[in-house]
Every structure is written in structure tokens, then in C-alpha cells.
Design a protein. Sequence first.
Length: 375
Amino acid sequence: MINDVNGQQVGQNHAQTNGVADPALPPNIYQQPMEAAIMEARQQTQCHIYNYESQWRCYAMGYSWRADMPFRFALGSFIEDKVNKVEIVQLSTANHKFIQRQVFDHQYPPTKIMWIPDREGHRHDLLATSGEHLRIWKVDMENGRTDIRAELKNIKQSEYASPLPSFDWNIDNPNVLGTCSIDTTCTIWDLEKETIKAQLIAHDKEVYDISFAAGVDCFASAGADGSIRQFDMRNLEHSTIVYESKEQAPFVRVAWNRSTTCYLACIMMNSNKVLIMDIRYPVSPILELNGHGDFVNSIAWAPNSSVHISTVGDDAQTLIWDLFGSQTVPIDHPSSLEPMLSYRAEKQITGLLWPVSHPEWICISFDNRMQLLKV
């Protein structure tokens, strides 16, 4: 259970949770009307924390957007070997547990995993992973198999490609996906043609993260040169430096609030702070979130709010913040902001998701476990 900052449990008065189709039942359960399936599942599901324990240490994970495949996740292993694994798991309402639906091999640990942003299921059921290059997988849940559809390298005429620390899928145009590389470049892919749409030198050093804004044109990147930069695909010859750290400390994560194009959140390497930027007022952050006692590892904006964000870190804490709610924070004293909710896991938390498909839940990963938490 997630607690408020005073240690009291919250969520007891929530309505019963969103429905999930039972992976243990025959495939025709997915053929019943979606509303009926969801209503039936809501009557069955009452737990506020779900756990999944993997055979392997976990790192990357992604949530499924599809309404007919609720509470479906992909989980990547972190094995110090060439052969790694990706598991597809789904929550069962029959026993209130996650069930492994599929597992397939992946070369090296995937650095990020995302499902195609397709809630209605009008497109192929695709999964993307990054590592030494970008892979697009076609998932067949009915037959229990996942096949590689494309392996996309960000350089041409070479056997080797620079590793990709991260990527992002454009929600408003799922045919577009952007990757970032340690070779200082960002690459925008046309997935239908499986070709490079644009490639640019984005930073002076390695690029560790990329995030699309709402819409189809703008994205931001985080670099080892200590800067957060904004790009517009209509004019990639120029970029805007949203923020540059005075110490030139590397930025490792950037996340654009998709409810508004104004706000970015970012993390510096080996830092316990999260910086909130307003691109209308660059140069200085409008907020600093200092609630963690150790390094912050991941950030996720609430999918249905422009003012709520979650953060996780090496202090084993999951924090949820209301940035501009009841608390008035002076800009010259941003550290006075306190988290509104908190949860402490058993070990250092490395992964965090706030699913668009289930905004009342957040998902975290630590060691070999994944937890789904009701908020």
C-alpha cells in the first residue's frame, strides 16, 4: 500500500480496480464485449499491490496500451551474458497473480522496452527493445510466440552499431520512433518503411535519453555534456538548450509531460534531485524535488495530469508529487516541496512506469521483482 507523507495508508476508499482478462482462461475471453469483460473483472479484483518474481534480475520494462490486453507487461532481464530474456506477463483475476505468458531470448540486456501506443488494437501487436541496436518484435498472444520483425541499426554499411541507451515511441504517430546513442546522435525512424527519417548530432557527448512531446514534431534529449536540448523535426538544423548544468554533470533521464508541452523533468547522473523545467522559461529549473535520500533512477509523469509525477531511487522509495497543487512553493526555495505519497520497497528501485492504460496504478521494479501499486 502507498502511504501519505505521514505514514498513513491511502487507497482504501478507491473503487474496485480496473478489469483484467484472465490469462489462465481460454483465448475466447478476449472476444466478449470489452465493457462486459472490464465490468466483470472489476467485481473480482480488490488487491492494492501485485507482485511478480522473475528468474532473473530485472531492468527494462514496458506496459501494454491495448484495452483488450489489460495489465500486460514486458520485462527485460539483466544478465551479465550475451543471452538475455524478455518476459511477457499478465495479471490474472482468477488468483490475483501475474502469469508468465511468453519468454523469448534477447541479445544483451535490453536498455528499454515499449509496446506500440495503440489502445484500440488497430495495428499489429508490436514490442520495441533497445540495446546494441533497435529491435521491433511482433507478438502473437494467441499462439504464444514473439518473432523479430525488424532489426534497425542507426548507422549504415557497418557490422557494428553504437549502443542505444534509450528510445521513445511517438504517441500521436506510432509510425515514428526516436532512438539516442552513445555516438552523440539521435535517430528518427520511419517504422513502416524501416528506414531512417532523420539523424542528427544532438550533443557533444553521449546521448542517454530521448522523449517526445505531445504532438508529432518536438522531442527532447539528455546528454553527457550536461545539457537538456529541445528539437523540432520541422527544422533539425537548430536546437534549443533548455538547461545546462553549471558543473556539466551528465543528464541521464528526461521525460516530457504529455498533458502539457511546457514541462520537462530530468535527472542528472548520481543525483538525488529531480529538476522540473518550464521550456517557456529556460536556463533555470522552476522546481527541484529533493525527497530522495539516494540517487534517483527513474521518473514518470501521471498520464492524466499535468501536475503529478512519480520518482524512484536507490533509497528504495517511490514518491508521488503534486507540483502545483495545494502547496505554494517559492521559486527561490524549491526544495521546500514535499511528496504527497510514498512507498518503500525492499531494495533499490531501478524501474518505474505510470501506464496510460491504467492511470490509477504505477509499476516499479527492483532486483528480480516487479510490483504493481494502486495509487
